[in-house]
Design a binder for this molecule. Structure first.
Ligand SMILES: CC(C)(COP(=O)(O)OP(=O)(O)OC[C@H]1O[C@@H](n2cnc3c(N)ncnc32)[C@H](O)[C@@H]1OP(=O)(O)O)[C@@H](O)C(=O)NCCC(=O)NCCS
Length: 143
């Protein structure tokens, strides 16, 4: 199996969205609309990737940074392509390019009941931050 990893472009959006909707553990919300993903890609060139096998979308990941820390989001690998290193390869490309941008630390959110993803991230050397609490607030026009 030859896996091609390429920078995500907004032309990939419909396939990527379909993948997000097809896998467990990924919430698709208003911030995953085409306009907002286009904005993320434009603000963070060279950080988000898709994986293709024989032209078919096998996986995708969003990545960004704010100048201080990096953020990984919406990592998904299709069921037929799992446990073959695609998730690891996508994350490696993100981290390599974050480091090239001068970023030295990165974070992500995982739903507490997504134990498979937590096991995956631990396998990749990530640490669970049990001392942190996530706090959020909606702006006045939030859905
Ligand atoms: C999590 C996910 C991206 C992993 O993708 P993948 O391509 O199968 O992962 P890889 O093959 O690159 O696995 C990398 C390592 O993690 C391990 N791993 C992968 N899934 C695992 C699981 N469910 N439990 C334990 N270990 C796992 C692999 O065995 C591998 O270890 P190794 O290199 O020592 O053999 C994929 O299962 C997925 O899309 N899940 C649904 C969406 C999701 O939950 N995304 C994460 C949101 S935070």
């Amino acid at each position: 199996m030859t896996v091609l990893i390429e920078e995500m472009s907004i032309q990939d959006y419909d396939e990527v969205r379909a993948l997000w909707l097809a896998v467990e553990g990924i919430a698709v919300s208003e911030v995953d609309s085409k306009n907002i993903i286009a904005r993320l890609l434009a603000h963070n060139p060279g950080l988000s990737f898709v994986a293709r096998v024989d032209g078919q979308l096998a996986g995708a990941v969003l990545c960004s940074h704010d100048g201080r820390r990096g953020y990984i989001d919406q990592l998904a690998v299709g069921h037929a392509y799992r446990r073959q290193g695609i998730g690891r390869a996508l994350v490696s490309r993100c981290l390599f390019n974050l480091m090239r941008s001068g970023i030295r630390k990165w974070h992500l959110f995982v739903l507490e009941d997504n134990q498979d993803a937590i096991a995956f991230w631990k396998k990749l050397g990530w640490t669970e931050r049990v001392e942190l609490v996530t706090m959020s607030q909606h702006g006045p026009n939030a859905a």
